[in-house]
Design a protein around this ligand. Sequence first.
Ligand SMILES: Cc1cc2nc3c(=O)[nH]c(=O)nc-3n(C[C@H](O)[C@H](O)[C@H](O)COP(=O)(O)OP(=O)(O)OC[C@H]3O[C@@H](n4cnc5c(N)ncnc54)[C@H](O)[C@@H]3O)c2cc1C
Length: 406
Amino acid sequence: MRVEQADVCVVGGGPGGLMAGLLLARQGVRVTVLEKHPDFLRDFRGDTVHPSTLRVMDELGLVDDFLRLPHAKAPAMTMDTAAGPCVFADFSRLPGRFRFMAFMPQWDVLDFLAGAGRTRPGFRLERQAEVTGLVKEGGRVSGVVAKTPNGPLEVRARLVVGADGRRSVVREAAALPLAGDAAPMDALWFRLSRHEGEVVPTIKARAGYLVVAINRQTYWQAVQMIPKGGYDAVRGAGIERFRADVRRAHPGFAARLDEEIRDWDDVKLLDVRIDRLRRWYAPGVLCIGDAAHAMSPAGGVGINLAVQDAVAAARILGPVLRAGLTPGREHLRAVQRRRQLPMRVVQLAQLHLLGDLYPSAHRKSTDRPLVVRLNRLLPFFPHLMARLIAIGVRPETVGVAPDVRG
Ligand SMILES: Cc1cc2nc3c(=O)[nH]c(=O)nc-3n(C[C@H](O)[C@H](O)[C@H](O)COP(=O)(O)OP(=O)(O)OC[C@H]3O[C@@H](n4cnc5c(N)ncnc54)[C@H](O)[C@@H]3O)c2cc1C
């Protein structure tokens, strides 16, 4: 068994884990990030980088390089229902420099964060290291054990950060209590080519079918929402029927659907979950991002909330770690207290404000969802939605954390 020592071991090289690793290493903390995959090339993940994340990148002096990576800018999220088209979130009046949402493949975001981390001496990312359990001593977590191609690895650390996503091994091994809401829908992802300059509404709903389309320059990453647990029934009805359902919401995609969605290999299921840990921490361990709270894909908030958690965790815990101390219960609880409200506000909005957008087992999606009615009633509604989605409640700043380079 290879045994290594770090101040912090971050489990999971997703947006939350890499940002936490980068920010802690920037403060002079020695961080090892363990990621089970050999690369970041995973498709059908959250791709939406919101102004809250761009602001953090800006504070770190990274935003100009970041925005040089290929991305599409969305100044608004638009919706087209039977009640007519509307702007559902208008980013044009957001405070600050970033008045758009950037659509960027998640692997580019992760490569960028890993690259920024590597410029810090305290940052180490080990890929193909799958954490299988926690090391516990005297009632507290003191490290992790992982499988690697070179044999087992143990990383000992004063703090383990579980940033290992919706099926977190860390939260399970730490026996952290989980609460969940019944997610109304599941999502079927697929990809269609995009014609040069083609613009379509972000959300298109017709006759009980709802399709979200994300512009990835040369193609649309699209998702058809289906009732929760409805995948077997949809699959059983056949690929022809699936294409017909998408066509009902999006007639403009008709020809491409027939040519490009040939069988179920071209369609991926996202089992939507909305859950949250009641307690995000135990002695020696803290969960952030999806590991602490899986979000619905509505509004594309997942990456951004994970990043915000990482920023808060690094700001609160960095000085303690840098002083050579071990974060105690009060420090870990401070992270949860700081991040719990923003996360819960978004989950409640996803469930109640956007809930009737999606087809459920009991009804098809409505032709006049609540957000469309509010949009008609309240002229400021698209700006309010933009603020909630793009910046959220209680936005985080890196703050005065020292930037230790040597
Ligand atoms: C299929 C899919 C589609 C999605 N679509 C959307 C969307 O459209 N919009 C949206 O906002 N969000 C979406 N999400 C969610 C979004 O991707 C996440 O909210 C966001 O990435 C959360 O970041 P995170 O760092 O907390 O966790 P993750 O991004 O899940 O990262 C966790 C990392 O931990 C690694 N890991 C897991 N277990 C271990 C282990 N035992 N040892 C070591 N490493 C481990 C994983 O490989 C992964 O790299 C989607 C998620 C999935 C799975």
